[in-house]
Design a protein around this ligand. Structure first.
Ligand code: NAD
Ligand code: UDP
Length: 338
């Protein structure tokens, strides 16, 4: 039977790509997003790309009553919970805003799910919950965080795990993402960060688009092959597919399972820069700067568990990530415009 999935944060970067994968895999999709970091136009793009309709609610997931109205209007089978604030630096400046938004959203959601007898959830966690990211990182590596954003992910994992234990039918998958980049191959959907991007990939796309004169490379003296930081970049569409497979897993299992979604490969800042130059045909000027506070030299996933339990592996290459990101940037130089 056709299932209906509630996607919180569904107009965001990862959520929007996941909505398309869900629609293409025969699910009905209901989105709840307060548009605090996304635009309403994304709903049209999702529908255009998938050729199917979604139901959109402009709702704060932390608002229990408003959320209950969404559950009352639809027979929800499972939830994918993306809604949350995600900027590490901002979370250090505004910790209470992060704890309030991210934790209240998770708790309200679980309260309302319980009230309506919905017992399956896939949660957007992050590799930031690993305190000592000595790669390749397995799910049983030590946990702990260095900033409020990370703690909201860590605490949400605990809250969801405790909720899961209260009912034998409850089931949760805690998806620990590595570094999602790239865009939909249609060029109609991609990342649209507000303000100056903190992350490497959107910054590179903006340099290529002429918004900034050069990339600042934060440290070229790390103990890595070329001295720059190494990360596990994962194509956002591969990541989105991982959510569809997580839902299938939830159909057949309960418990609360943490799973890495990463490629298992590490690429340096220069690797990404050169790949983007190949994809765009443009030179990306750069300036070597001091190391960024809090950065580690190298981190990447051990993705074995996702392969064994979810049947998921990343399929797309770094060149695919750069080509799709470049297409999105050149077709939408101002992102999703108002
Ligand atoms: P995003 O900001 O593009 O999407 C999040 C969406 O949630 C936005 O559309 C925002 O408007 C919405 N939202 C925030 N608070 C809300 C609330 N209280 N009620 C309703 N909607 C709310 O971010 P993204 O990159 O798509 O990330 C999705 C999730 O994955 C986030 O939870 C993020 O922390 C997590 N994550 C992201 C990354 C990454 O690098 N992008 C890495 C690891 C984990
Ligand atoms: N980085 C950089 N310049 C930037 C942004 C990031 O050199 O403008 C580097 C950063 O130091 C790290 C890598 O790129 O080695 C990935 O950073 P990002 O913020 O994208 O991801 P995270 O560090 O959160 O994994």
């Amino acid at each position: 039977m056709k299932q209906t999935i509630l996607v919180t944060g569904g107009t965001g970067y990862i959520g929007s790509h996941t909505c398309v994968e869900l629609l293409e895999n025969g699910y009905d999709v209901v989105i709840a997003d307060n548009l605090s970091n996304s635009k309403r136009q994304v709903v049209d793009r999702i529908q255009e790309v998938a050729g199917k309709a979604v139901t959109f609610y402009e709702v704060d997931v932390a608002d229990e009553q408003a959320l209950a109205r969404v559950f009352a209007a639809h027979a929800i089978d499972a939830v994918i919970h993306f809604a949350g604030l995600k900027a590490v630096g901002e979370s250090v400046e505004k910790p209470l805003a992060y704890y309030q938004n991210n934790l209240n959203a998770t708790m309200s959601l679980l309260v309302v799910m319980s009230r309506f007898g919905v017992n399956k959830i896939a949660f957007s966690s992050s590799a930031t919950v690993y305190i000592d990211p000595a790669p390749p990182i397995r799910e049983d590596a030590p946990l702990g965080c260095t900033n409020p954003y990370g703690w909201t992910k860590f605490m949400s994992e605990i809250i969801i795990t405790d909720w899961q234990k209260t009912n034998g039918d409850n089931a949760a998958v805690l998806l620990r993402y590595f570094n999602p980049i790239g865009a939909h191959e249609s060029g109609k959907m991609g990342e649209d960060p507000q303000g100056i991007p903190n992350n490497l990939f959107p910054y590179i796309t903006r340099v290529a688009g002429g918004a900034y004169p050069h990339l600042n490379i934060f440290g070229a003296d790390y103990d890595t092959p070329d001295g720059t930081g190494v990360r596990d970049y994962i194509h956002v569409v591969d990541l989105a597919r991982g959510h569809v497979l997580a839902l299938k897993y939830l159909d057949a299992h309960n418990g609360a399972l943490p799973v890495n979604l990463g490629t298992g490969l590490g690429y340096s800042v220069f690797d990404v820069l050169r790949a983007y130059e190949r994809a765009s045909g443009k030179e990306i000027p750069f300036v070597i700067q001091p190391r960024r506070a809090g950065d580690v030299a190298s981190t990447y996933a051990d993705p074995t568990l996702a392969r064994e339990l979810l049947g998921w592996t990343a399929e797309k290459t770094l060149d695919d990530m750069c080509l799709s990101g470049c297409r999105w940037q050149s077709l939408n130089p101002n992102g999703y415009e108002d």
